[in-house]
Design a binder for this molecule. Structure first.
Ligand code: SAM
Length: 276
């Protein structure tokens, strides 16, 4: 495996590898549930490299406003680079969802696509999101379904878990499946209701993620994942060795999902829509 990819910028790798495969197709479902209309004000919370913000901007038009916020400054830097500037372009800020300090209420929609499961205090984040909503505003939250619904990623994690300690990475086995750590639709609905939301509706949605560059799937996906869980990248030498060993140990497993030059993986989310 070449190690060039492991020396670049994980947030850019996220934008180039994960966004076209996963987050762009998923955004169609999330934005359909958000039902944005011209002139609306939108917050994309835990925006990553800003895919929701970018797709929301033309929906709300010149009379609207889109703000993206993320904890990771590297994600915000790439979001700004790829989202354009000037009238109609989204704006971006570095912010922690659990300590969000924006003037409110002011947003017609607060959208959080695959972010809530990573927050240290989910209840606090929901309360803060709710306080940012106007009276008629809605909260739209998407979290992946459980690891059991994602057997390919679960099987990868089983191979990866012992390698973390072997190479001396500080990331934990829980970090491997963190995206799927809030996978229960009822728990998502209950969290929103318990923190003051009303008319909570949770619906499932599925995509097939098509990861390009099948031969380098592991290398590219473990590196892009550093943008989501920075602990993986804390020790670059250990991480490079980890990626090499994971690629070697998962070759046959990855091949079971090969379709031509892509790796195709079904992924399942739940999307909650609630009013404040
Ligand atoms: C899987 S990514 C999803 C990004 C984006 N919503 C998308 O659809 O591409 C999860 C994001 O949550 C962000 N995040 C994690 N904890 C956060 C927090 N406490 N406040 C704000 N963002 C956070 C990470 O930096 C990361 O960009």
């Amino acid at each position: 495996m070449s190690t060039g990819q492991l020396q670049g910028n994980p947030a850019r790798a996220y934008e180039e590898y994960f966004v076209p495969a996963i987050f762009d197709p998923l955004s169609a479902h999330t934005l359909r549930r958000a039902a944005l209309t011209p002139g609306e004000q939108v917050l994309d919370l835990a925006c990553g490299t800003g895919i929701i913000a970018r797709l929301a901007a033309p929906l709300v038009g010149a009379g609207g406003r889109v703000l993206g916020a993320d904890l990771n400054p590297a994600m915000i830097e790439v979001a700004r680079e790829v989202s354009g500037h000037g009238p109609g372009a989204p704006e971006f800020v570095v912010a922690d969802a659990t300590a969000l300090d924006l003037p409110g209420p002011g947003f017609d929609a607060v959208i959080c696509q695959q972010g809530l499961q990573f927050f240290a205090d989910r209840a606090e984040a929901v309360q803060r999101m709710r306080h940012l909503l106007r009276d008629s505003g809605r909260l739209v939250v998407a979290t992946w379904q459980s690891p059991e619904r994602h057997p390919f990623f679960q099987a990868l994690a089983e191979v990866e878990a012992p390698l973390l300690a072997e190479v001396g990475l500080s990331a934990t086995p829980d970090d491997l499946l963190a995206p799927f750590s809030f996978g229960d639709a009822d728990a998502l609905g209950d969290l929103l209701t318990a923190n003051g939301c009303s008319t909570v509706e949770v619906e499932p949605a599925s995509i097939t993620a098509h990861f390009a560059d099948a031969d380098r799937f592991i290398e590219r996906q473990v590196f892009a994942y550093v943008a989501v869980v920075p602990a993986f990248g804390a020790d670059p030498a250990a991480f490079t060795e980890y990626a090499r060993r994971v690629a070697e140990a998962t070759r046959d497993l990855v091949d079971t999902h090969r379709v031509g030059d892509h790796i195709a993986v079904p992924m399942h989310t739940q999307i909650a829509v609630a009013t404040g």
